[in-house]
Design a protein around this ligand. Structure first.
Ligand SMILES: Cc1cc2nc3c(=O)[nH]c(=O)nc-3n(C[C@H](O)[C@H](O)[C@H](O)COP(=O)(O)OP(=O)(O)OC[C@H]3O[C@@H](n4cnc5c(N)ncnc54)[C@H](O)[C@@H]3O)c2cc1C
Ligand SMILES: Cc1cc2nc3c(=O)[nH]c(=O)nc-3n(C[C@H](O)[C@H](O)[C@H](O)COP(=O)(O)O)c2cc1C
Length: 765
């Protein structure tokens, strides 16, 4: 282990499970200190294991090479290497190159690790159930629980590890084909029961892993739930006959399974540590389970060498591995969900479908695909009508009668800087700067339709003449000096009103001067903290609808190009949509149609007065991230309803409806919700949330997962975000023109030269 200082480690180590994780940990620990007494228990015989091939990345191989060259050399001799991914969909195969994979058979991997353990004098007990873990914990210095996804150790200490197991919606079976594919292969098969998918890759001279996966309902319709292994194999041979071309599939105790994602709050219980699948799983579609288990083993062996005792070592192991694993699990979750929702992409043109599939986990992006295989990306772009030399984000997009120059939107951001609802110089400078910064569309913050509909005393309004004049000044500047369009977001705070400025305590009631709140139901945002709102009666509903109408009329007069109705984040209209905040028993509550009634009435009334050619969008919270709340499927229905009433696009945010939400934050974490609406309904969407790089914007647009991308915080960091994205990509076209007065600065400022003078002569010494 390069650079690690050997300190006396634990002497007696028990390992439960002889999968790749357990065996590799045992071998490394013994190699680092031959005095250690290491015993491994495995209930199966040494040559019996499930599955066929495993894929390892170059990164893992690098770690293995340094840690134990003997194992690395043995693995290297076995590898099948290839660099292409083929995506076969709707009868056409699209190839993308330059990826770099290595695979070998799981049998051979285990045999190599077993040999290494034997050579190092690790005690291997095959065909033996491990002794009770509590007993092991008492008689050994360290117990490594590498007992796989169904780990009994994890269950025995469930109160400490606190595992969370999630079963997913697809069924899959791990089979082998008797020929070597020459690439990673994803192949869809349209059957009477529904869409099925094969994931295949070579792992030997004449063998390929062949995983067949489909939604559970498709699996049942096909009758696969009633078939034994042989019948299932025969059925899969039939579904994928064109690919197999007479070749056969075989099984190895192959059962249809629903993938389980395993997460544990902690991986340590006293001297027992979880490792590999026992601690965490990542969907096989990103091929990382074995890699993660072996990397865990590397990290545990290293920390046991570096730290003074088992406690410190296992704490360091967990601290080092958890963030890496969490990141892989996020990518795996995105990949898994993509395959779960495969049907929604089935209508995409083949090349866009392939690009979408390849970028599904967000780890592969437009920019790195362009480097790996420029002709593939160029072909996808050409199919999508992207002009040569234009990054997809700089293509125009039309909403109603409004054509935006590019796909970047400055997302609505409350500045809490208005006085009595009037936006001032701050707004002119703030929105003006962002309009000059190149985005196609700049949105105002939520502009409130009445004094009582404000969130805080600093919120902007559009319910008085001075508000209208102040907004017109901002709009005139944007129209006169920039190429951006400007959109107005209209909203009413509902039960989240009468609170402090963001920096004085978000969602906290005012210390004094609170105003009464109105909402769908008399439920406070935070029990005992926020005011109880009064439930709106029909007169109250009509009055608020009128406030929206008058504000929209003012907005039209002020010259805004687009109007967005704010039906997200738990404010008044969002409060009607969510079953957690709307408990009404009248026509405005109950089922989704009832909960939609008031927001749709407001939408219709506003649409009526908003100029026809100017588009309207609706921002929704596509999930409440809370039990019993709005779900992704509800959001599709909500979007369908607004689109049917004339919304030109849906702006898809999530959450902030109830305080006890549990959002799954991460890069672009809300985009799957936008994607689902776009691809199920064919309705344009604005994606938002932790989209931070231009590469992500290009990827989302080209994959057909979003039409526009809204960025909020990145625009606080850099008002010129879009212009800088253009400069970074050497783009100088019409999608991002620099304002004339700024043109002298349209190149990245040069930095000092780092390349010294080249040696011209080499003299003999
Ligand atoms: C369909 C499918 C495809 C996959 N494809 C890939 C891929 O391409 N690449 C990749 O890297 N990974 C892949 N994986 C994941 C990979 O198989 C696992 O992530 C990996 O095997 C985890 O290693 P492990 O050592 O943690 O657990 P395992 O390999 O599951 O080993 C655990 C071992 O513990 C033994 N055991 C359990 N309890 C006891 C007990 N009480 N006493 C004795 N023995 C016990 C079990 O018999 C088993 O042998 C795939 C998984 C599936 C299901
Ligand atoms: C300071 C601030 C104020 C915000 N105000 C609003 C708002 O008025 N209306 C709205 O719909 N969203 C508002 N948001 C949410 C953003 O529009 C956006 O959805 C969210 O910040 C996620 O995008 P990001 O990751 O690019 O920041 C606000 C966000 C920030 C950071």
């Amino acid at each position: 282990m390069g650079g690690a200082v050997a300190v006396p480690g634990p002497l007696r180590i028990a390992v439960v499970g002889a999968g790749p994780g357990g065996l590799y940990a045992a071998a490394l620990l013994k190699r680092l200190d031959p005095a250690r007494e290491i015993t491994v228990w495995e209930r199966n015989p040494p040559d019996e294991t499930f599955g066929f091939g495993v894929v390892l990345s170059d990164e893992t191989l690098g770690g293995i090479e340094h840690a134990d060259p003997v194992v690395y050399e043995a693995l290297r001799r076995e590898f099948v290497r290839w660099d292409a991914i083929d995506v076969a969909h709707a009868g056409r195969v699209v190839r993308s190159g330059g990826h770099g994979f290595a695979a070998l058979s799981r049998h051979r991997l285990l045999a190599i690790l077993q040999d290494r353990c034997r050579g190092l004098d690790v005690r291997l007990n095959f065909r033996q159930e491990a002794p009770d873990v509590r007993q092991l914990s008492e008689s050994y210095d360290l117990v490594i629980a590498a007992d796989g996804v169904r780990s009994a150790t994890r269950e025995a200490y469930a109160d400490v590890f606190r595992p969370h197991l999630t079963q997913h919606r697809c069924r899959y079976v791990w089979l082998a084909a008797d020929f070597a594919l020459d690439a990673f292969r994803f192949e869809t098969a349209r059957t009477e029961a529904g869409l099925m998918l094969a994931h295949g890759y070579p792992f030997g001279a004449s063998q390929s892993t062949f995983i067949v996966e489909m939604r559970e309902e498709v699996w049942r319709r096909a009758g696969l739930d009633l078939m034994d292994e042989d019948a299932s194999i025969a059925a899969c041979e039939k579904y994928f006959a064109p690919l197999l071309d007479g070749h056969r599939l075989s099984g190895n105790r192959s059962r249809w399974t629903a993938f389980t994602t395993v997460v544990n709050d902690t991986w340590r219980a006293g001297n027992v540590v979880l490792l590999g699948d026992a601690a965490h799983t990542a969907h096989f579609s990103i091929g990382s389970g074995t890699k993660l288990a072996m990397e865990d083993a590397l990290a545990l062996a290293a920390t046991l060498s570096e730290q003074p005792g088992v406690d410190a070592a296992s704490a360091a192991y967990e601290q080092e591995r958890k963030p890496v694993v969490a990141s892989t699990q996020r990518a795996a979750a995105a990949s898994l969900e993509w395959f779960e929702e495969l049907e929604q992409y089935a209508g995409q043109p083949e090349r866009q479908f392939a690009f979408n599939l390849l970028t599904r986990s967000r780890r592969v992006t437009h920019d790195n695909l362009r480097l790996r295989d420029p002709s593939f990306t160029a072909a996808v772009e050409a199919d999508a009508g992207v002009p040569d030399g234009t990054p997809p984000m700089f293509t125009p997009f039309t909403l109603g009668g409004l054509t935006l120059r590019n796909r970047v939107v400055v997302s609505p951001m409350d500045m809490y800087s208005s006085v009595d609802g009037t936006p001032g110089d701050f707004h002119l400078v703030h929105l003006g700067a962002r309009a000059l910064g190149g985005a196609g569309l700049v949105m105002t913050e939520m502009v409130c339709v009445s004094e009582r509909g404000r969130i805080t005393p600093g919120c902007a309004g559009l319910y008085a003449d001075e508000h209208e004049r102040a907004w017109q000044r901002v709009v005139d500047f944007v129209h006169g000096r920039s190429t951006a369009a400007i959109g107005l977001q209209l909203g009413h705070s509902g039960r989240k009103g009468s609170t402090r400025l963001m920096w004085d305590g978000i969602d906290q009631p005012l210390p004094d001067g609170n105003w009464p709140l109105a909402a769908a139901s008399p439920l406070p945002y935070r029990q005992g903290v926020n005011q109880v709102p009064h439930e709106l009666d029909s007169a109250g509903l009509a009055a608020i609808r009128e406030e929206f109408v008058r504000a929209a009329q003012r907005g039209a007069r002020a010259g805004f190009d687009l109007l967005e109705l704010h039906c997200a984040h738990g404010y008044l209209l969002s409060g009607f949509l969510s079953p957690l905040t709307n408990r009404r028993t009248d026509a405005y509550g109950g089922d989704l149609a009832g909960r939609l009634r008031f927001p749709l009435e407001v939408f219709d009334a506003v649409r009526e007065v908003w100029p026809k050619e100017r588009p309207m969008t609706v921002r929704v919270s596509a999930t409440d991230w809370a039990e019993g709340g709005t779900t992704a499927d509800d959001a599709v229905e909500i979007a369908r309803a607004f689109a049917a009433h004339g919304a030109d696009a849906i702006d898809v945010s999530t959450g902030q409806v109830v305080p006890d939400e549990r959002p799954a934050f991460g890069r672009s974490y809300q985009t799957p919700y936008a994607d689902r609406i776009r691809n199920r309904l064919g309705v344009p969407v604005i994606a938002v949330g932790a989209i931070s790089s231009w590469d992500d914007v290009n990827s989302l647009i080209l994959a057909g997962r979003a039409d526009l991308c809204a960025l909020a915080r990145p625009h606080l960091y850099d008002p010129n975000w879009t212009l800088h994205a253009a400069a970074d990509q050497n783009y100088e076209g019409p999608g991002a023109p620099w304002p004339l007065p700024y043109q002298a600065g349209s190149r990245k400022p040069p930095t000092g030269r780092t390349d010294g003078p080249k040696p011209r002569l080499t003299l003999p010494s």
